[in-house]
Design a protein. Sequence first.
Lengths: 445, 237
Amino acid sequence: MFLTMKVAFRNISRQKKRSFLLAGAIAFGMLVITLINALTGGVVGNIRDNFSHALGGHVFIMGREWTDAGQMIMKIRPDGRLDRLLEENAAQIEGFTRRSQAMPSLIFGSKQTMHLLYGVDFEEEDKLLGSLAVTEGSLNEVLTQDDVIILPQPVAERLGVLVGETLLIRLETLTGQQNVGEVKVAALIEDQEQLGLSASYISRSYLNALLGMDPHEYQLLNMFVTDLDGVEIFARTFREALRNPDEQEEVEAEAEPEVSVTVGGMPIDPLPQQEEVTRWEGTRYQVMNINQIMEAVELVVGVLNRVGLVIFLILLVVTMVGITNTFRMMMIERTKEIGTMRAFGMHQKQVKHIFLWEAVFLGLLGCLAGLVLSAVVTLVVGSIRFNAAPSMQFFLDDGRISFALSLPETILNTALVVFTSLIAAYWPARAAAKLSPMKALSSHT
Amino acid sequence: MAIVELENVKKVYTLGKAEVHALRGVTFAIDKGDFASIVGPSGSGKSTILNLIGCIDQPTEGVVRIDGTITEGLKDKGLTTLRHETLGFIFQSFNLIPVLNVYENIEFPLLLGKNRPSKKEIKEWIEFLVEAVGLADHMHHKSNELSGGQRQRVAIARALATKPEIVLADEPTANLDSKTGQSIIELMKKMNAELNTTFIFSTHDRTIMEIADHVIQLLDGLVVEDSKTGAKAGNLL
């Protein structure tokens, strides 16, 4: 095998220009697919980060309980189990936030719209402020005043409200009474509705007051984890530990909760209408993680990756035709050489292997060149800070395009290239092996 | 003892609808250690005979026996193994493998078989061969860095690499000037004497014929004279 490999490797350098062109074509294909994969990988990472900042964490815990009047409300009260769990898993928690939320009517003049509103402790959530793309106004005010709101730009446009103007918030308290608050617009931010994330932000204590909750209560406990890869296991730990014994049977019959990431854009699972409502005592918790919300984004990214794969496959097919033709030409050029090798006792299989090894080396060289080129492109492009539109900032990391290449994808693409090269070279290699030694030796090439 | 035997060998090639009778019933034997020459004009069947002895072609009729093995009925694998174990080749246009250097070209046949000598043995043997053909200073040169005579010396060393019983040389001096050709023939003769390898070569060159200890003359696909048996079909050359 070593001999056939050696001859094959030397043959690559025999026609340098031809090998360069063939490997170059392969490298181009590899460059395209690697860049697409790396770009989508980076975008997913950035969206995940920005999502987690906007939603206030990677793992989300919601509490539900029944009031005496028979209403189900979302509320998390001080709970020893939860405190203990937070303490036990402190090493895996980078930070956590507590939020309230509502779907109030925002009213300005004669116009009104319903929109998701998060009650946030802005001092606790400095990451959120960093991730918001401000189009108008300033976020400074929210740190000092309670009755100010951060609105998405399209919502402000629908209402016709400007920064500095005051609008009304009308909502139902947890117990069902109507309540109204008056808030000033502090800043407008870029909307991410197309990604299923559109929310306004206000001080949690202000929203709690409107909802009829105590200042120390909240509805969502959001946690940033240290290891995002282990987020599923982490969420499961909380889910199982917070499950009440009476919940066990019901939960076993249920599938994993499905999250709708549409207008609400929040990782909540309001009581499904089809659910048969059975009252329970105390608080029941629901635990979800960022991956469930990212499914929609990853679906879009998956489509993009598939488009990249199709382009890659088309390039591979074109290259394959090139390889087949080149190898046929090589076979003709080396006919006498093949005859000589056969005369000295080289078996048909070994002749075939020389050609196939050449294809493998060409494929690997092309892949390597493509990867090196990709690395150069990603380094150069990744170092440029773009002054992109605010909506694009959601896809960027501090204004820069990030690239994240997955090793399994790279290995898979390389294997695909090598396999395709082998397929392309197989028939000329077979024909070379089948050449009659006598005819090959009497050839004039 | 005969190492090569041909019995009433016929070879017919089909060219389109026409049949070409390259050999029309050839019978002769070559003994082990012979320095045999097959001579004759173009188209007399010299190359066809070498192809048959070299197991790269099969006769249409008759028996070809190489070192006791009848080639008829052997599949490609068997013929390849027979070639590798018993035969060496020297070609008119040298046919060195261009991507390999002198050492690697000579080593090449040794790496093809299953029962390979050790690396050390290979190295020693190649160094001996390179020394014997006078190319010790060119061990790591590629074939395109050598003259015609040097290339043919490499080809001789390569032909002897597997210590074959028989070396076949198809007009080995045809592409060389007379002086170089002479030196090549002398080298072959020397190796024949030293290693007791049977050399069979086809040639037009009368001076080379004179060195041979066994001359088989061909004409129109028939043996017209065999110097060993004294058989003559007429004074045709």
